[in-house]
Design a protein around this ligand. Sequence first.
Ligand SMILES: O=C(O)CCC(=O)C(=O)O
Length: 260
Amino acid sequence: MTPEEKFIFDLQGYIVIKNVLSDEEIDNLNAIADREFPEEYDEETGFKRTSRVSQWDPACVNLFDHPKTLPYLVELVGEKFRADHDYCIFMEKGAKRGNLHGGSGHVIGRAADHWYRYHDGVMRNGLTVCTYFLTHAGPGDGGFACVPGSHKSNFVPNLPADVKSFDRRPEYVRQPEVEAGDALIFTEALIHGTMPWEGDHERRALLYKFSPGHSTWSQNYYTLDEFNGGLTEQQKRILAPPSVGQRPDSVEDWESMIDA
Ligand SMILES: O=C(O)CCC(=O)C(=O)O
């Protein structure tokens, strides 16, 4: 991460990384999604979601350690970061889902892995999300929304219910604009949620979630055999269940990736 990117993440609790996926990668991932997730939309909700998109195709496995997002995971979750769980969110115009939620665990207690810390030039986070966008979200389209800076808020429970539900949208609630192919990394300590989708096009987002090597949010760890042996040694380390003792670094040459 560049010095400015560190400033942005520390300030906001999220960062948009432009042009992570090439046009070819976007087309390929969209074709894979068409093939693997053809389910019709629920007429009432206009929303569909499924877990373990990483099993769709080797191209989806490679999103665990995409070369353009890997340095951010090392800097933000630490050199022993692990893959926690993954899923997709697809939405049609008018779909409503998901209030604002999140906030730092030391404030609301029950989500103790939602945290952000800074010490001596180093940022660390609990559960951290890397969202890959297969379609764009322009101004007013909806989808991912957040309260920038709220990962450091001491008053998370004070967020009014009508703001949580998106019925009222004060200027401190932001829907970041993204292009297809961008990635957005955010800490779950950030207050965030899914704003109703108003775009004329379909929302397609793949969410890959990561934890420090010693912790987990999900009850279900990845098992190496669910990927039919198609994992690199680095992916095997990233997909390993949580542990502390003798845990290897997830990325062998991680030191070359930090302080760019
Ligand atoms: O991208 C979105 O719609 C928000 C996802 C979300 O709420 C979460 O990851 O907890």
